[in-house]
Design a protein around this ligand. Structure first.
Ligand code: OSB
Ligand code: MG
Length: 371
């Protein structure tokens, strides 16, 4: 449904994590992010930018997202009438890159569109599943016994698959310990680009553990090297960081660099690009799953809707609010049932309410933009 954006609020929020989260690129104890609020048609819609305070996962940071949203993206949509949220991507096309900043704005526009229509977000995105299968991403721990304790807790919660973060020195031994203790659970690893092709033999040593996949073993630009690695390891390779656009995914698939793709709407520039990526993968029989960026309930609730599209056939990294933030910024919080699934809300919009007083408390900086 057509909508006009009358006002854009930008905020920088910081939330402490319930427990630290460590990947091959470092340990975090809190999450800083830009929150976009769109006002129009008497409605409020939200977009959480997944860029972090540091440029370790992506070149974008909260500071770059703030600048680009303030000076270029918000001005490109303010006061403009959109017939459909798909038009937002074209409206910001002149700005190169900055896909996470664009995504925050674009995803908010989809939420506004759904709310204006009185439809749940999944319906306007093309979702079909009534519930999504939930997995967890378990960070690098201080010791193997600690890793096993954390995983035991997650399995008791009902999660459908376990992903552990790996890096050189925390890989084969960790996987071996997990297999020994928990047997044949659905298990995968994520290296966040910590290896190079020279580590091919070492990564092939993971083959004997029957992992679902190895996520992003090599560097961001090394699509060709991933294709070479895929010929040396039996475990399927999944790409995360390398797939920053639909075009890059087309190349990766053509080269045989991946058999599975992780979709994060923030990484590719929003929902329209995510749906295109989802459809491209489906056309090539490449299953996808929904990644996570330690989102608050605002971003997490939107992710649940996208993950209900048909080719999201593997459990993703969308887990319960309480693993991350207590309290979360939304009510009701995102919860995982004993069967390891999250229901996809059937009420208009996202199905969650943003608790503005909690947003206010977490706000470090704010700015209101009007035409
Ligand atoms: O590589 O998937 C990743 C978190 C931050 C940055 C990158 C990644 C992750 C996760 C956490 O794995 C997923 C989540 O629980 O939100
Ligand atoms: Mg990843």
């Amino acid at each position: 449904m057509a909508f006009t954006v009358d006002r854009v609020d930008l905020r920088v929020l910081r939330l402490p994590l319930v427990r630290f989260f460590e990947t091959s690129f470092g340990r975090s104890h809190d999450r800083q992010f830009v929150l976009v609020t769109l006002h129009g048609e008497g409605l409020t819609a939200w977009g959480e930018c997944v860029a972090d305070a540091h440029p370790f996962y992506s070149a974008e940071t909260t500071a770059t997202a703030w600048l680009v949203l303030r000076d270029y993206l918000a001005p490109a949509v303010l006061g403009r009438r959109f017939e459909h949220p798909r038009e937002v991507w074209a409206a910001v096309r002149r700005v190169r890159g900055h896909r996470m900043a664009k995504a925050a704005l674009e995803m908010a526009a989809w939420e506004m569109h759904a709310k204006a229509l009185g439809e749940p977000l999944w319906r306007v995105l093309g979702g079909t599943r009534p519930a999504i299968a939930s997995g967890v991403s378990v960070g690098i721990q201080d010791s193997l016994p600690q890793l096993l304790d954390v995983i035991a807790g997650e399995l008791a919660e009902g999660y459908r698959r376990i992903k552990i973060k790996i890096k050189p020195g925390w890989d084969v031994g960790a996987v071996e310990a997990v297999r020994q203790r928990f047997g044949d659970i659905p298990l995968m690893v994520d290296a966040n680009a910590a290896y190079s092709l020279a580590d091919g033999d070492h990564l092939a040593a993971l083959d004997r553990f029957g992992l679902m996949m190895i996520e992003q073993p090599l560097d961001y630009e090394d699509v060709r090297d991933h294709a070479a690695l895929a010929r040396r390891v039996a475990t399927p390779i999944c790409l995360d960081e390398s797939v920053d656009s639909v075009g890059r995914a087309e190349e990766a698939i053509a080269l045989g660099a991946c058999r599975i793709v992780n979709i994060k709407p923030g990484r590719v520039g929003g929902f329209a690009e995510s749906v295109r990526l989802h459809d491209l993968c489906a056309a090539h029989a490449i299953p996808v799953w929904h990644g996570g960026m330690l989102e608050s309930g605002i971003g997490r609730a939107q992710n649940v809707h996208l993950a209900s599209l048909p080719n999201f056939s593997l459990p993703g990294d969308i887990a319960a609010s309480r693993r991350y933030y207590r309290p979360d910024l939304v009510e009701p919080p995102i919860e995982v049932g004993p069967d390891g699934t999250i229901p996809v809300p059937r009420t208009p919009g996202t199905g969650v309410e943003v608790i503005e007083e909690r947003v206010e408390r977490a706000t470090e900086e704010r700015l209101t933009l009007a035409p």
